[in-house]
Every structure is written in C-alpha cells, then in structure tokens.
Write a protein that binds this ligand. Structure first.
Ligand code: HEC
Length: 134
C-alpha cells in the first residue's frame, strides 16, 4: 500500500527535476502570478510556502517565499531579490551549493527578450511582495 504512493511521489519529483534542469520554454504571459506558477511553484509551492512537489527531492529546504520580508527584519530588497532570481548575485555562496535554478538565461534567452526578461523578473518580485505575511 505504501510503496505505490512513494513511487508516485518520486515520479512527480523526477518529472519536476527534469523540467528544471533543462532549458525552459518561455511562456507568453508577463503576469507575475502566471510566471510564478509556471517557473517557481514546482519547488516553492502554489502558495509559495515552500512545499512544491519537487521540494522533497532537493538537498536543502525550499524557503517559504511569504517570509522574505520577515527573514530580513521587515525589508523587501527588490534589487537583491531580482539578482538572486536572475542568478547574477552570489548571495548563496555563504550557504554552500545553490539549489535554485538561475532564471536569467531562461527569461532572456534571445537578445530581443532582454527588456522583457527584466519585466518578467520585476513582475515576479512584485507578485512576491503581495504575498508577504504581515
Ligand atoms: C528547483 C527548485 C526551485 C525552483 C524551480 C525555484 N526555486 Fe527559488 N529557491 C529554491 C531553493 C532551494 C532556495 C534556497 C536557496 C538555494 O539553495 O539556492 C530558493 C530561494 C529563493 C529565494 C530567496 C528567498 C530568501 O528569502 O532568501 C527567492 C526570492 C526565490 N527562491 C524565488 C524563486 C522564484 C521567483 C522562482 C521562479 C522564477 C524560483 N524561486 C524557482 C528552489 C527553487
């Protein structure tokens, strides 16, 4: 009874991992929530609380993105978060390996997409801001 359930979970996790390790197709929407569901929910969860289907397969705990502000003593540093998502900063160096995929190359794959890539990241961060626990 127990094993089929576990196998199913592993299959879901594996599918999610395969998805995140291969270059992602760019979705047309520039809506923060749509982007979050398409690119982030597999790990961070639909509710952003860190319990997406891929989360158990990772070596590190996936952070609850409703607590970004709480973790930083009430600050929501937009540029820092944008860099973190794009993979430009090396914010994770202190914590060892980076488990979260780098999104810059996905969002800005072709040159004409550069500006739109920045719009995508900005909208994502705006969306995350609306989720912060008060
Ligand atoms: C493969 C799983 C995975 C996916 C997909 C993913 N993340 Fe993450 N994310 C993580 C992990 C794990 C961390 C913790 C840091 C680390 O180990 O890299 C993290 C950290 C973060 C942080 C830092 C939180 C903090 O308070 O320091 C932000 C912000 C974030 N992710 C946003 C996003 C956004 C936006 C997306 C979608 C574009 C996304 N993540 C997609 C796994 C993922």
């Amino acid at each position: 009874m127990w094993y089929p359930k576990l196998a199913l979970l592993m299959a879901i996790a594996a599918a999610g991992l395969a998805q995140t390790s291969t270059p992602r197709k760019l979705i047309a929407s520039l809506d923060g929530k749509d982007l979050f569901v398409a690119y982030c929910a597999s790990c961070h969860g639909m509710d952003a609380m860190g319990k997406g289907p891929v989360a158990p397969a990772l070596k590190v705990e996936v952070p609850n993105l409703r607590w970004i502000e709480k973790r930083r003593g009430g600050k929501f540093p937009v540029p820092e978060l944008e860099k973190l998502i794009l993979g430009e900063g090396d914010l994770r160096a202190a914590h060892g390996s980076r488990e979260m995929p780098v999104w810059g190359p996905v969002f800005m794959r072709v040159e004409k997409d550069q500006d739109m890539g920045l719009v995508r990241v900005r909208r994502l961060v705006d969306y995350l801001k609306t989720l912060q626990a008060r």
